[in-house]
Ligand binder design. Structure first.
Ligand SMILES: [Zn+2]
Length: 483
């Protein structure tokens, strides 16, 4: 059994050989997710779900700290409601799943399974909001949504996925914009400080914005194969949905006004982003803050280890648990320490703690970092403190490594020829001036497969000329090939 499993673990395709196969191998071998009998839908397995729960908690804490409350709305949206906002329905129509029958009867009005909840939440906001005193409304929902996808990939693009969607209503345009940017900031904070994943935050182009929004902002991360991944979006809806759903309030001057709305979302896609930001040929590398197990204890089975080593390992486990460390003691008899090392490396556990008879004689344990494979013999006394320090160091180190990778893979292009050259192979981000027209954006996309990821806020007024047409540029934008 042990031998058989060992061979199984070694089946991960190297990143350099085929990144996409490497990704699928890691997701399946580390038991994060699996294909399901439902086309386009995945099963999130317990280890993958545990990572998602930690990401959820990190987001939820921040949502609450910024004044939001959680609520829940129906899975179904009546057809008539979806049709109310023209751009919204046009954007989502190709991806919508319909329910046309209930029990033995055809429905009078077909229902869509929510692809997003602006329509249903907007309808409720119209009931709940009468006066400026009712504003702002700051609501978040944790939910599943369905978008009919033709090509799917585990975590990155599936027909059903889990996410959160924030929906807010405000008295003024300025407040709505402030909220939109605040939540973009929350996403950036979670990406960088919890997932150790550096992101570019900025505004989307008109063609890439959310269907029905006035403005869309995103955070964009860089995967190890040089492709960008949109990791969260925040939309200023202006008054578009308020007009469509008649969300009006009596203003301070007694006039009747439409509210200003926002919505923002992040999904289980973030799990895929973490895998492709940090993983290596041995498997996952998890940031300690979202690792289901931050430490795995592997006792070395020599002599009467069950009487000598195991009790010490249990004490260490209890001590670490007390110190708030998520720890797993792998005392399974059926596997060798070597097999366990490979298994927990594959699963990305940040620190391994080895303890054997010799370590006990010396009152020490051996700690091995997943990120650098550095091996340290440390005193058994005060090991919880050492572990806490090391976990912080791993968290920081993998962020810095990802940041260096992004810096090495972010270039500025000064001519279209150079631009096209960079975009062959594994390019990363290319910062280049753009005239702001959809024609140039579309031509660049068809000629290089690169899309505008976003426009950084601090690079608003460049002096350059459009990389494609050479007319004066209005903004600098990040281009990349993207997931
Ligand atoms: Zn142009």
């Amino acid at each position: 059994m042990a031998e058989k499993k060992e061979a199984f673990v070694k089946e991960i395709t190297p990143q350099s050989e085929d990144f996409s196969r490497w990704y699928t191998d890691v997701v399946r071998r580390a038991e994060l997710a699996d294909y399901s009998p439902v086309k386009g839908c995945m099963v999130i397995r317990p280890y993958g779900y545990a990572i998602w729960e930690l990401i959820q908690q990190a987001l939820d804490r921040r949502f609450k700290a910024t004044g939001h409350v959680n609520a829940y709305f129906p899975l179904f949206i009546p057809r008539s409601l979806l049709l109310k906002e023209a751009d919204h329905v046009e954007g989502f129509a190709p991806q919508v799943a319909w329910v046309t029958r209930g029990g033995n009867e055809d429905l009078e009005e077909p229902l869509v399974i929510r692809p997003t909840s602006e329509a249903i939440i907007g309808t409720m906001f119209a009931k709940w909001i009468q006066s400026w005193r009712d504003l702002p409304i700051l609501i978040n929902q944790w939910a599943n949504v369905v978008r009919w996808e033709k090509v799917t990939r585990l975590f990155l693009r599936t027909t059903e996925f889990l996410w959160q969607e924030g929906h807010t209503a405000h008295e003024t345009e300025a407040e709505a914009e402030e909220e939109t940017l605040r939540m973009l900031g929350v996403y950036q904070d979670v990406a960088e400080h919890e997932l150790a994943m550096p992101v570019f935050a900025g505004r989307k182009s008109e063609s890439e914005k959310f269907a029905g929004a006035a403005r869309t902002y995103s955070i964009e991360a860089l995967m190890k194969d040089g492709r960008a991944l949109q990791a969260g979006t925040s939309h200023n809806l202006g008054q578009n949905f308020a007009r469509a759903f008649d969300i009006q309030f009596q203003a301070r001057d007694k006039s009747l006004q439409y509210v200003w709305g926002t919505s923002w979302g992040a999904s289980t896609r973030l799990v895929g982003a973490v895998i492709m930001t940090h993983g290596d040929d041995s498997g996952l590398v998890l940031p300690p803050r979202i690792a289901p197990y931050q430490v795995v204890i592997v006792p070395i089975p020599r002599g009467d280890w069950r009487e000598t080593v195991l009790p010490r390992a249990r004490e260490l486990q209890a001590g670490l648990l007390n110190a708030g460390v998520r720890v797993m003691l792998d005392d399974r008899d059926a596997y060798t320490p070597g097999w366990k090392y490979a298994e927990w490396e594959l699963r990305g556990v940040p620190l391994r703690l080895e303890i054997g008879p010799k370590d006990i004689e010396r009152s020490q344990v051996v700690l091995v970092r997943r990120d650098s494979r550095e091996k340290l013999a440390v005193p058994m006394d005060g090991v919880a403190r050492t572990v806490a320090t090391l976990l912080e160091d791993v968290q920081r180190s993998i962020f810095e490594r990802a940041l260096r990778f992004r810096e090495d893979h972010t270039t500025c292009a000064s001519s279209y020829e150079e631009f096209r050259q960079i975009l062959e192979g594994r390019p990363g981000f290319v910062l280049a001036p753009w005239c702001g027209t959809e024609e140039c954006e579309a031509e660049i996309k068809s000629e290089t497969q690169a899309t505008i990821r976003n426009m950084p806020a601090d690079r608003g007024t460049p002096g350059g000329r459009c990389i494609r047409c050479d007319r004066p540029a209005s903004v600098d934008v990040y281009f990349a090939k993207a997931y």
